[in-house]
Structure formats: C-alpha cells, structure tokens
Design a protein around this ligand. Structure first.
Ligand SMILES: Cc1ncc(COP(=O)(O)O)c(C=O)c1O
Length: 444
C-alpha cells in the first residue's frame, strides 16, 4: 500500500527538532546530521524522561502486591494501549519483545509446530534477513518447502507476477516486508495479504522500515501478524508484534509453565524491559503530538494532553482521538519527507558516477520511502560513509542485513551500498550538506 496523501498538514520542524537532544551534537566542528534513521532513529526528550522516571520511581517486577509493582503493571497496560492505537488493533493483540528478530523467531516456531512436509512458505529477496532466516530455518527443521519471490532488478520492486505464481494451495505463510530497508521500496502489502488469504495462508508483515514513514493500519491491511521495532520510530530498543486475536489464541507458544495461558502475556518470554516499555508510551505520545500540533496549524489551538484530560474524555474516546492524532502526524511527516525526497533524488542524479538503486521516477515516489541506496564509481560504500562521517554526516554502508538483495544485485562482493536514510527530523539543509559533501568527495 503506497503512502497515502491526505489533507496537507504542516510539520512544525522547529518543534520537532527541539524535542531531540541528540540533534544538537557537533562532530569535528560540524553539526551532526543523522541520515542513519533506517539503522535506528533518535529519541525525543520525553522518551528519555519516561525511561528515567520509571527507573527512578516504579522499578519493579510485575504482579506484586505493592505500589511499584502495581505501577509497573499499569504502565505496561498503558503502553500496550498506546501501541494498539499506533497499529490500530486491540491492546490484547500487542506483544512486546526485545526486537523484531526475536519476536519473528518466536512466532515462526509456534507456527512451524503445526506445519508438515509438503507445506510451503514464501519469502522474498527484497526482505531484511529478520523476515527470512526465521522462516527458512524453521522450514529446514520441519521439512517444509521454501519459495522465493524475486525482484525486478531495474527498480528494486517485488516481482509481483513471480510472487503470485509461487502462492498455491500448499502455501501456509507469506512473509513479506512493508518497505525495504535496503532500497526504500514500499511493497503492495494489501494485495499480498489478499493473495495469501485466497489460499488460506497467513500473511506475516515486517513493518520495521515502514513505521517511521507511514501510518500502519493492521485492521485495514487484514494481515495476520505484523512486526515492528520502536527504536526505528523514535522509541527505545524494543520490538512489537501485532497478532490477530484468533491466531494468538489458537497457536501454542513455547512458554514456561508458571506463565499465564492468556493472551497477550503468554507470548512474552520472561521479564520484559520495563523501562523501555515506559519509553514506548512516550514515543507514541510524541508521534500523536506531532499530529495535534500539525492539526492546530489548520484548526486552531493545540490540543494538549492536560487539556484533553480536563475535558474528561472517556478512555475509548481518548484512544480514538489519539489514533486520529497519529494519522495526522503521518500526513504531516509524509509531506515533509516528500519534499526532502524530491530534493535528495534531484541532487543525487547530478553526482558524477553515482548509481541509484530503487525507484527514482518522481511519478512513483508514493511507492518508496526516503531511503536511498547508492554506489559511486571508484569509491567503496565504506569509504564514502567514513568520509561523510568525518564531516558529521551519518550514513550506513554494506548490506544492513538485506543480504538476499545485495547478493541478487551482485553488490555484496564489493561493499554493498551507501545508504542515506531520511527521517522527519531531517532538514533541507542537511540534504544540501550531504549532496555537497558527495560532490566534494567525487571531485577530490
Ligand atoms: C526492515 C527490517 N526488518 C527487520 C529488522 C530487524 O529489526 P530488529 O533489530 O528489531 O530485530 C530491521 C533492522 O534493521 C529492518 O530494517
């Protein structure tokens, strides 16, 4: 599903940047430019404060008969509610875990328990390996056939005809990314979910790369599972998994005996990272606040959290309102990122010897994120990333675990790509600095 364009909402970039203390750093006298968002985004002050406040005041294990434990229980309930609003699902369909990879290994094992030789699963060459190896290793254990959906090399999109041809009545799981962390392509996930369901297969969506750029709506997607990582969208280092209630109830998790059999907790292993979960609620509130502020620029005064509390909204109404705020945030983020994407793409095309991997046609920008994979003749990605790093510009080099993609495009043997990843806190000035630095490096 491409990023949709809704009513133009304006991002208050000054407010946004003021929220992130790390953006104020300098490197060798240069302001730090964080163009490394796909590897992990920066964190607003309120997330740092929430983590610190939890450890200062409420640090305890869950389920105890005393105050800090009760506060911990209540905080986890609130954080689950926040993620449910973020994903558009029920709070009991939200599972917390250390990261997306661990959650995917866990759920793939529970699904694998029910599969038998002759069954098939489908993975893609575009995906991050966290949505590939958990499935292929499970398939190896269970004697299941793995089918691979290929890509169109020219624009690094999924070859949908190939994908459709590999889904059949034996297919039990279709594992696909929402967006590629390698080259930025947004996949037609709604269509893929439909193809999977047509043969009774489960659709498992990796939304890690998509989440900082586009609104996730699991209800509209009708996917069976969707995984993301809060550290990619301004939160702490944690993973979150959505699972349809009926699946979470029916599949059997591997678990310890004393743990509850009730969802969602039966899917969570051991003691969770409570301080990070406290940060997750703050992270979702940060995103919702962007929507509130953006909407205020159209509709009038900013609807602050204390203001809403004073109005005494019911919890249901409060959650509906927060979901609307999150939708507004992504509309504003989309507008801002689109402008940066256009400037970046235009500038990259003028750099001698530079090759862009992925969609470069502005008419198709709705099908990509502002994540750019490039190579420059005569310069290795590592050399470019190092020289940019010395100028305070943070990018990434290599395969960033999209290993099947770098192998498919035959760049694995020569250092992969230089990845430039924009987030909503980046500025046109930072894009200009990156482009000028690349021009300087190639001319040196
Ligand atoms: C698209 C994508 N999927 C999955 C992952 C793995 O996420 P985690 O680090 O939470 O396991 C990443 C991390 O870079 C990613 O970019």
């Amino acid at each position: 599903m491409p990023i949709t364009e809704t009513a133009a909402l304006t991002l208050d970039l000054t407010y946004v940047r003021s929220q992130f203390p790390s953006l104020g750093q300098t490197i060798n006298g240069h302001p730090a430019a964080f163009l490394d968002g796909p590897g992990g985004t920066q964190v607003p002050q309120r997330v740092i404060d929430a983590i610190s406040a939890y450890l200062s005041h409420d640090n305890a294990n869950t389920g105890g008969a005393y105050q800090t434990s009760r506060h911990s229980d209540a905080m986890i309930v609130r954080a689950r509610g926040a993620m449910a609003d973020f994903l558009h699902c029920g709070a009991d369909e939200v599972i917390f875990g250390p990261n997306m990879t661990t959650l995917t290994f866990s759920i793939s094992r529970a699904i694998g328990r029910e599969l038998k030789p002759g069954d098939e699963i489908l993975v893609t060459r575009l995906d991050h390996d966290a949505n590939v190896s958990p499935w292929t290793t499970m398939a190896e254990d269970r004697g299941i056939t793995v089918r691979w959906a290929d890509i169109n090399n020219g624009d690094c999109t999924l070859d949908m005809a190939d994908l459709a041809s590999k889904i059949n009545k034996n297919t039990k799981v279709v594992a696909v990314g929402y967006a590629s962390n390698g080259v930025g392509t947004i996949n037609p996930v709604q269509e893929i979910v439909r193809l999977a369901h047509h043969v009774g297969a489960l659709a498992y969506i990796d939304a890690v790369h998509y989440a900082p750029h586009g609104l996730i709506d699991v209800a509209a997607l009708d996917c069976d599972f969707l995984a993301c990582s809060t550290y990619k969208f301004f939160g702490p280092h944690m993973g979150v998994l959505y699972g349809k209630r009926e699946h979470l109830q029916r599949f059997r998790p591997y678990k310890v005996r004393p743990n509850t059999n009730a969802i969602p907790n039966c899917w969570e292993w051991g003691t969770l990272n409570h301080e990070c979960i406290a940060g997750i609620e703050a992270c979702v509130e940060y995103i919702a606040d962007i929507g509130r502020r953006s909407r205020a620029s159209l509709d009038g005064p900013f609807d602050s959290a204390p203001g809403r509390q004073a109005r005494g909204l019911s919890p249901e109404r409060e959650r509906e309102t927060r979901r609307k705020d999150i939708e507004g945030a992504y509309a504003a983020i989309h507008e801002h990122e689109r402008a940066l994407l256009e400037t970046m793409m235009g500038g990259l095309k003028t750099i001698p010897g530079l090759k862009i991997y992925g969609i470069s046609d502005p008419a198709r920008f709705n099908d990509r994120c502002p994540t750019f994979a490039v190579r420059i003749e005569g310069h290795s990605p590592l050399e470019l990333a190092t020289k940019l790093g010395e100028r305070g510009i943070f990018t990434w080099d290599g395969n960033y675990y999209a290993l099947n993609l770098t192998e498919r495009l035959d760049v694995e043997k020569c250092g992969g790509f230089l990845r430039i990843g924009l987030a909503h806190y980046n500025t046109a000035d930072e894009v200009g600095r990156l482009l000028a630095a690349l021009q300087e490096i190639v001319r040196a």
